[in-house]
Structures are given as structure tokens and as C-alpha cells.
Write a protein that binds this ligand. Sequence first.
Ligand code: FEO
Ligand code: CA
Ligand code: CA
Ligand code: CA
Length: 652
Amino acid sequence: MTSPSDLPNAPFDMSEDTPANRSENPTLGDVIATRLSRRDLMRGALAVSVITSTVGPLAIAAAPRASASPKAGFDFPEVNAGSDAMHHVAQGYDADVLIRWGDAVLAEAPAFDPAKPSGAAQDKQFGYNNDFIGFIPIDGRSDRGLLVVNHEYTNDELMYFGLVGWTRKGKVAGLTDEQIRASMAAHGGSVIEIERADGKWRAVPGSKFARRITASTPMEITGPAAGHDLMKTGADPSGTKVLGMLNNCAGGVTPWGTWLTCEENFNFYFAGEVAEEASPLADAYARYGVPEDYYPWDRLNARFNIAREPNECHRFGWVVEIDPFDPTSVPKKRTALGRFKHEGAGNIVNADGRFVVYQGDDQRFDYVYKFVSAGKVDVTNKAANSDLLDSGTLYVARFDADGRGEWLPLVAGHPKLSDFADQGAILIHARLAADALGATKMDRPEDIEANAKSGKVYVMLTNNSKRKAKDVNAANPRAENRFGHIIEITPDRGDHAATGFSWDFLVKCGDPAVAEVGATFNAATSKDGWFGMPDNCVIDADGRLWVATDGNNAAVTGRTDGLFAMETEGPLRGTSRLFFRCPSGAELCGPCFTPDLETLFVAVQHPGESEDEKSPATAEDPTTRWPDFKDGMPPRPSIVAITRKGGGKIGV
Ligand code: FEO
Ligand code: CA
Ligand code: CA
Ligand code: CA
């Protein structure tokens, strides 16, 4: 989700109003002096992280130099950074819009008519704000498969004409009931079948796999918190059935072909006052930012009012597993993975067969988690994995000043978790349990992905302007961290289930030409190649890291968000190159490759948003009308398929 409020003209941030993590866990100004990046030390650059954070100008020496002829993992003509109404891709590549908000998903979908918002129509059409993309091959092919796409949230002001007086600071009170129904249907996700013929991708019309999932789709709650008293509502005394998923940001695809889709800022959908009988929950509500009262959905749905349904909010904030090959399958909220503001579900099969899911909780000062399954993945039998995500151990990360770290288990019986009634309560209030364990407060953990080739794990930390100098810690060393950083984790013995790890910085982001920023991109990075605010990422089949950004714009970094190719090995480590850039106002999400690396899908999210809080963009006055550029047509979040002219692997 776009969160530019860390930036000087910041208009809007879905995480802004949640109180900061108030636990006593070390932000530890006193450890900073002991932590020097081992890699920086090896390079003899003493102007490192910790010093950087408080004495910014000293940091300029930190960028390592490239050797004479290093071997690059990437090769393509770099895009010029900048900002305009169009998207731009590297020369020699095509970038074709595959599907837009409002396009048909189900065969019976009516034609998109932005002048007449309709919940019934939107139920059958591609939703808004495409975020995560997963490509799941059919019969192992790279030219035919299912595309699973998250629809994170709605920008009602950019979708609907006539919303006068919208301010970006609160809900759009003027929304009609039908607009609310359309927005609820524009949330969730889509499954489309796609194929490539004569070099071009298209959605297969009338596919038997086509499916829309919305804020109203019936779902099942599974795992240790299913049926817990905190999950029971008037409509569901069993505590096991819930309608819809909310604010699904990033996600993952499992080796058995299911889609993991992750609920992030669910608090924005809840309104009302804390009921008297729910007063013992007040601190927990506050820790999750409930009620945020941004979307006015409680007008049509009493369940979104916490005074009416104190537990409904506990049924959101989960990882949802969906079988996209069965449109009648009931999505499952997997409570063993914990409840927080999930960014994604980067996953890997451990050497011993257990399934490991790395997870960021995207809030300032929140945590990095991983889930390790109790059972093993059965790659030969899909059905054998159907309950794999219901049993296992959830861990939260502590990053120590000496470059080591530890995964702390969130399990009932732990002496520090004696205040929690049972495992269900620990998982429902995972943030509070992680507070009690002494996890490290991070600068907004977004995507986390494991590299199957190297065994290393990459953590995107997008930014945190609220971190004060006294609050810096070894792994989050910059006060007022406006541009974020990337941490590389190396599991002990290459074992993703191990509780010990070592860590280092891959890069501290921002403009390397501005000394105070303290960015550490490799000196081989061009003026176009640096970025701020890493968010989504993907590691391709060749083990190369691609980073998508959220929050760059003309006013802040002189460039829109985009997709950057990032070297992680050898003398070019820390070099970044711009491959694709967004139209104005958009964030880049969902980078996803076909297995043959010949197609890259990207999700252009919220094109046309404002870059200036003083002049909020609207459907009447967006910053771009991408991709249609037609009067009367709002900008439309869309999936773009990128291929090489004449065919071949991307970025080599
Ligand atoms: Fe929805 Fe953390 O981005
Ligand atoms: Ca987003
Ligand atoms: Ca983000
Ligand atoms: Ca994101």
C-alpha cells in the first residue's frame, strides 16, 4: 500500500494512525556503537551504518567501488529515471497491458462503465489496485497458466466521479451505497487463465478457472485459532467462518500450486467505539490500529462496527490459502501463520522438507516473522499438503548488534508468554506476543524472499521517518529513515528452520549523491539506478533479485516508482539498474516471472494518484489517465506483461 507519509509532502498513509509499537524492546541506542557491518569493514569503509544514522555526512565513503571488469548478473539498457504520464521499459522490450480494472474476469461480466459503478458488475470484473501476482503454470508450461492477483484496496476518489470534498485524511462520506458495494467487490483477488500466442499474452475468455474473490466471499478459518472465543461473532458462533478478505497486499505461491494472499491494513475497514464488554481488548485493538475508520463500509455492514461485533476484526489480518484450480474451493485463513499486517509470504522448502514462510509486518517499528511447518511438503501429491499450513511454529526475529540474530518462537508455554490464555490468543495477538519476546523493531518490513540458489534471504524495509536517533538499532541504523534499506539474512548451516542466523546490509537506499542520506549503493550504480522505499521483490529462477518500490515520486526523489535489478554477489553487489518505471502517481507491485524467464508481469497500482497533498487527485483530475488516456475514463490499475522483442530471457 502506498505510504508516502514518511515523505515531506506526505498526504496519506494507511499505517499512519496506528500508535507506534510501545513495547520496551530494544531500539537500543546503546548497541549501535558496537555494530559495524562486517562487509563494510572488509571494504575498509568505516563510515558505516551506525555512524551514518546519526552523523549522516560521514557516510559518503561507504559505497564500495566496482572492480575493473566485474561479471554482472544483469544486462539491459537502463531506463532513464523521471516522472511522466506513461510507463517506460528498457529498450528492446515490449510492455503490454494484459488486464485492467473493470475488464471481464467471468464470462458473463458486463462491459466496464465507470459512469455507473455497480457491485454486481464489479463482482465479475477485474478488481482495483492489483498488487501481488503469481503465475502458476498449467502442465509445467511457461506460455499457459493461471495468474492469481491481489486487489489490495480502493482509491475511491480516483474511481468515482463527483466525490466532492475528498481530503485523503478520512473516509469519503459522500460515497453512495452502490459505490460502497462496488468498492467491496473491487477488493480481494482475481484468478485468470492466460496464454501466450504469437508472442502476445491474453486472458483466455470463458476459462473454467476464472474467479473473483471479494470482501464478501465465504471463507474458512483454520489452524490453532479457529473456533477460539475471540473469533466468534453473532453471525458465526463457531468462530470458523468469515466473509471476505481485506487489503490483500503481497503473497506467494506454494510448490503445490496454491496461492497465499496476505491481509495487510485490515484496520482501515473497522469503525465504532470499543464496547464496554470488550474493554479488556482495548490495548490489543490499539496495537493493531483498530478502529481506523477510513472506509465507510460499516454503513452497510454492521460487522465492520466494533461496538456491534467486537471480534470481527480478529478474523482479518491473516494469510489466506486459495486453490486457484478449483473455483468452488473455500479460501482458508491459516491462523498458524499469525495475525498482523502481513505484507507477503515468501516461501521455500527447507532441505529437510519442511515449508518455511518468511513474513513482514508492515508497520513502523514492527517485526519480521517466519513460519516453519511441522510436516513436510509432498511434491508428488498436492492433496497431502492441504493442511500443512495449519501446524507449525511461528517465530519473530531479533537482530543482534554483532551481526547475529535469533528466531524467537511464539508458542504457548514460553515463560514470557504466560499472560496469553492459549496458542490461539498468541496467534490472534501475535504483535503483543512478539513484543513480550523482545523482537527487534524494524523500519516497516515489506516483502521477504528466500533465494533458493544461495540460501540467503532478503528483507525489504521500506522506510520509517518516525525513528528518532535514540531509537536506532543495529539493523535499523538510520534515524528518520526516509528511504529504507535491504537486509540479507544467512540462515545457520543453510537451514531455514534453524533458530540462529547472521545478517548484513545489502544496501541502504536513497540518493547516493546526497551525503546526508547515507545511501550505500555500489558506485557502479548510475544516477538512474538508485531508489528509495523498497517494497515488493522477486528472486528469479536464475537467483537474481528484482526490487519494486513504493513511494518515490517527482517531488521526493525526482522519479516514479519502478522495478530495479539488484546485484547481490561479487564486486558489483549493491549495484542497481532501472528496468521499468511507472506512470505518475503509481506504485509498482507484483513482479513475477514465468519459469522460462521470458515474461515478467508487473502490477501498476493506483496510477494517477497525487504527488502533492495540497492538490489531491480525483477521477476528474488525476495525474495520469494511464493506460487508456480517454476523457471520461479514470486511470486504471493494470497488469503489464513484459517480453523481449524477438523473444528470449529477460535482463540478460
Ligand atoms: Fe501494501 Fe506494505 O504494502
Ligand atoms: Ca500497495
Ligand atoms: Ca508499501
Ligand atoms: Ca507492498
